[in-house]
Design a protein around this ligand. Structure first.
Ligand SMILES: *Cc1c(COP(=O)(O)O)cnc(C)c1O
Length: 238
């Protein structure tokens, strides 16, 4: 896609690709939510994204997100975006993030759950969370090993202010998107097995998977949230 294309054109292009992936896999477009990942772009671009009626914004570091989050606080309540925290979250950043970011996509350890729950209890809120799973087993990737997931979900029950809504993963970068398919398929199977096991009172409905280079494959494999940076909002020089 041309770097000179406008935001409106890129939104349209992404819509078209999502529609085609849904058609190929017999899914409804209503099941797919887009998180626009704004980590590579300026405050002005983020404003532009919101003006184009994109509701869900994702950032992976509080320091980078802060000026954008603060700038958008000036919007009227009904125009405010919904923020998603998609990066690895240090326990000492929890106080900054919880209460500002509605969704956490990177819950991967009990110490983090404890910190989130403590903060959420203080604020009197419930935090919808995705449990991040390292499906590919790459050492560089964050996330629980799949085998550890049932015990982890069981332990989460001690924190009622954390609501596990689904699973998240990052596929290894592949030149051919098709090669990411087994990773996405495994995450879906993992979710289905957890739901069939009756471990949870409420099933995990969501799958956060797919980025610019592989989101169409992720949708074919059941993604309900795709996290799109480069292809959608672009990438600006720092
Ligand atoms: C940066 C990032 C994305 C978006 O990356 P693109 O390849 O630019 O779409 C998605 N998910 C996570 C966790 C990220 O850190």
């Amino acid at each position: 896609m041309s770097l000179l294309s406008t935001l409106a054109e890129r939104i349209q292009e992404v819509e078209t690709l999502i529609t085609a992936a849904c058609e190929r896999s017999g899914r409804s477009k209503d099941e797919i939510h887009v998180v626009a990942v704004t980590k590579y772009v300026s405050v002005d671009t983020v404003r532009d994204v919101v003006n184009h009626h994109i509701v869900h914004l994702g950032e992976n570091r509080w320091q980078n997100a802060k000026p954008k989050w603060e700038a958008l606080q000036q919007l009227p309540e009904e125009e405010q975006p919904v923020w998603h925290y998609i990066g690895s979250l240090q326990t000492n950043k929890v106080k900054d993030v919880i209460g500002k970011f509605t969704y956490i996509h990177s819950l991967d350890r009990l110490s983090l759950a404890e910190a989130i729950a403590e903060r959420a209890d203080k604020l009197g809120i419930t935090v919808p969370c995705f449990v991040q799973v390292n499906v590919s087993g790459e050492e560089s990737k964050q996330g629980l090993m799949p085998e550890a997931l049932p015990d982890f979900l069981h332990m989460l029950r001690q924190y009622p202010s954390i609501k596990p809504i689904g699973l998240m993963t990052m596929a290894p970068f592949e030149a051919e998107a098709e090669e990411t398919r087994p990773v996405f398929r495994s995450l879906r199977h993992l979710r289905d097995r957890i739901n069939e096991s009756g471990l949870l009172a409420e099933p995990l409905t969501e799958l956060s998977m797919g980025m610019s280079n592989d989101f169409t494959v992720a949708i074919e494999e059941g993604a309900t949230w795709v996290r799109l940076g480069t292809i959608l909002v672009g990438k600006e020089e720092a």
